[in-house]
Design a protein around this ligand. Structure first.
Ligand code: SF4
Length: 191
């Protein structure tokens, strides 16, 4: 996804619109994770947001409800969204994988590759101005290489920013101030 061209399978998925994409994700059995998932976890927020956050993969609460970022990490993400002064129609959150890895293990490279067309299709349909990568897995899935708190502008003018995953900050509260500094630094992108 380093260029602005999405893969052909992602383009086909996006061509059918959001409903078609959701149906394809719901029916997906392309990797082994579908076997243990209770619910596919697709997205939360606006269909046409200014800012899209990309997380890692569903956790226990998300798997049970089908809603991304609905647990402790979600509460922290809500705090960041409020700090960014984003209105309801301004943001959405999606994950690199749509099914929960057992025991919340880190997604494998292969799982990320197999699920990537869904991520690409979501971004192609949402057309955000700013993509915020929440941590290293999102960075890998997106195909970028960024430092913490770094932003890059793409050929299509979209900005990509890498910040900490809220779940990581639950265990490292001392780094929360850095996260707010990153958000302050790039506030002009979404205001
Ligand atoms: S994680 Fe993605 S590729 Fe794997 S089964 Fe779920 S939706 Fe399909």
């Amino acid at each position: 996804m380093t260029s602005n061209i999405v893969s052909s399978s992602a383009a086909d998925l996006a061509a059918g619109g959001f409903l078609h994409l959701e149906q394809e994700i719901s029916a997906c059995r392309k990797c082994g994770l579908h076997a243990t998932a209770t619910n596919k976890v697709i997205s939360k927020g606006s269909p046409h947001p200014k800012v899209v956050f990309i997380g890692e993969a569903p956790g226990k609460n998300e798997d049970e409800t089908g809603v991304p970022f609905c647990g402790r990490a979600g509460k922290l993400l809500d705090k960041f969204i409020a700090y960014m002064a984003l209105k309801e129609e301004d943001w959405a959150v999606i994950n690199t994988l749509k099914c929960r890895p057992p025991a919340n293990r880190t997604p494998t490279k292969q799982e990320i590759e197999i699920c990537r067309p869904f991520l690409e299709a979501q971004l192609a349909l949402m057309k955000p101005k700013v993509i915020i990568l929440l941590g290293n897995t999102a960075e890998k899935a997106y195909g970028e290489s960024l430092e913490w708190g770094e932003a890059k502008q793409k050929e299509d003018k979209t900005f990509v920013v890498k910040i900490f995953h809220p779940a990581a900050l639950i265990y490292q509260r001392s780094r929360e101030a850095e996260q707010y500094a990153f958000l302050d630094k790039y506030r002009y992108l979404w205001e």
